[in-house]
Design a binder for this molecule. Structure first.
Ligand code: FES
Ligand SMILES: [Fe+2]
Length: 343
């Protein structure tokens, strides 16, 4: 059985990674993919494997709207149809290759790896406040995590690790004793907590000019199979915890898009949407630096965990209360994978 959910939109590449001429090769769900753009700018994705002798097409070149294999010159259009076999009039039907549905939105190319008949654009996640007045966006650099994507989904619905893994960046000791509540729907698992009446963390002090104590909230959503949104913020202590009041202080939506590369490597794309210091290039740089440092802390611990799992064949010895949300994500993901399996 596949180890991945295939009927989902995965972030395949940032828009900026695919120019007019280049062919971008990226392994996704353990399949080689080549991304390129047609002359009108629209993106396309094919299996990165020629139907002749399996040469990676990404080693070839673009000819108009098509890709030419760099070995013997077979040519393919964006639907995977073989349009040309040099020195031969007949094109064998076996020469066609697989194409993948793609869409471009939020500065990214999204790829559908499963049955193209189910590739519905409305299933793409909607990013909160993206592009809205009063909200700023920082798009991060691509990061590779040397671990299975489920070790990252574990981590992204697990606020308990932040005190320890992120002591140097976003963690703070006040949070460590506050229990996490968990909810789930068909679309996501949510772990959340409020940390009430505590001094502002250094970043909040710097960005928000809080002098008194604050209330902090952290809502960790994991949209199945592998997109995380952390809705977090700091507001004046004692306010009602309403949506409106959450916007009165500093609020961020930290999106992490996990695209499995293989079963032990994951492409990690992130972007950050915030309601403070928008249009301020210095603040953008601060966010970029802080988030990058934070995610690299996760990448380090998770690569180390992955090595131990590989060595022992064991994922965890002991289950704790903090594993409630991660376990739900794994259960729901497993169910989605099973639902896709042929009967
Ligand atoms: S391997 Fe691609 S044309 Fe021969
Ligand atoms: Fe983390």
């Amino acid at each position: 059985m596949s180890k991945f959910v295939t009927n989902a939109w995965y972030l395949g590449a940032w828009s900026s990674e695919i120019g007019e001429e280049n062919l971008l090769s990226r392994r996704i769900l353990d399949l080689p993919i080549v991304f390129f753009r047609k002359r009108d700018g629209s993106p396309a994705a094919l299996i990165d494997r020629c139907s002749h002798k399996l040469a990676p097409l990404s080693l070839g070149k673009k000819i108009g709207d098509e890709v030419q294999c760099g070995y013997h010159g077979l040519q393919f259009d964006c639907t995977g149809h073989c349009t040309k076999v040099p020195s031969q009039n007949q094109i064998p039907p076996t020469a066609n290759i697989r194409a993948f549905p793609v869409i471009e939105r939020y500065g990214a190319i999204w790829i559908w790896m499963g049955d193209a008949a189910f590739a519905d654009e409305t299933k793409l996640i909607r990013l909160e406040h993206y592009g809205e007045e009063g909200w700023g966006i920082v798009t991060g650099q691509y990061i590779r995590f040397d671990c299975n994507y489920l070790n990252i989904t574990d981590n992204l619905v697990d606020p308990a690790h932040t005190t320890y893994v992120h002591a140097a960046t976003i963690g703070s000791p006040e949070g460590s004793e506050v229990p996490v509540k968990v909810e789930q729907t068909d679309d996501y698992v949510l772990a959340y907590r409020w940390i009430k009446n505590v001094p502002p963390v250094p970043l909040a002090r710097k960005m928000g000019n809080f002098s008194e104590n604050t209330d902090r909230f952290q809502y960790y959503y994991l949209y199945l199979p592998s997109i995380s949104c952390v809705d977090f913020g700091t507001m004046e202590a004692g306010l009602e915890p309403t949506e409106e009041n959450k916007n009165t202080g500093l609020r961020s939506f930290s999106y992490n898009f996990l695209t499995p590369e293989t079963s032990d490597r994951t492409h990690y794309f992130w972007l950050h949407i915030r309601n403070y210091k928008t249009g301020d290039a210095e603040a953008d740089k601060d966010v970029e630096r802080l988030m990058t440092a934070t995610f690299l802390e996760d990448a380090d611990i998770l690569a180390a965990v992955q090595l131990q799992q590989a060595e022992t064949g064991v994922r965890e010895h002991t289950k704790l209360a903090i594993d409630n949300a991660p376990a739900r994500v794994r259960r729901l993901t497993e169910r989605m994978i099973q639902a896709e399996a042929p009967i």
